[in-house]
Design a protein. Structure first.
Length: 87
C-alpha cells in the first residue's frame, strides 16, 4: 500500500480581506492563531476545526493528513489570547 507524501505548505486566505499567504505548517502541532498579513485580523479555527489551516487553508494540517482527516487535536480547546493582547 502506497502512502501519499505529507504536504507541508498551505495557502491561508483571510475571510475578512481575502489576502492569501502560503505558509509552512508545523508538523507536530496545530496552529490555533494566525495574524493576517493584509488586514492584521487574528484568525482562529472555526468551530469543529483543530487549527487555522483546517479552517482557512488549501491543505489540512499535517496531523489531520496523517490520520486521513478523521482525527487530530479536535478535543483540544484553543487557548485564549493573552489579556495584554489588544486583539
Amino acid at each position: 500500500m502506497r502512502e501519499d507524501p505529507m504536504i507541508l505548505e498551505s495557502t491561508i486566505t483571510c475571510p475578512a480581506c481575502g489576502t492569501a499567504e502560503t505558509e509552512t505548517m508545523p508538523t507536530d502541532a496545530c496552529q490555533f492563531f494566525y495574524d493576517c498579513t493584509g488586514c492584521g485580523v487574528l484568525l482562529r479555527p472555526k468551530p469543529g476545526d483543530c487549527c487555522v489551516f483546517c479552517s482557512y487553508g488549501t491543505v489540512p494540517c499535517p496531523p489531520v493528513q496523517a490520520e486521513g482527516g478523521l482525527t487530530c487535536c479536535r478535543a483540544a480547546t484553543p487557548p485564549a489570547p493573552s489579556p495584554a493582547d489588544p486583539r
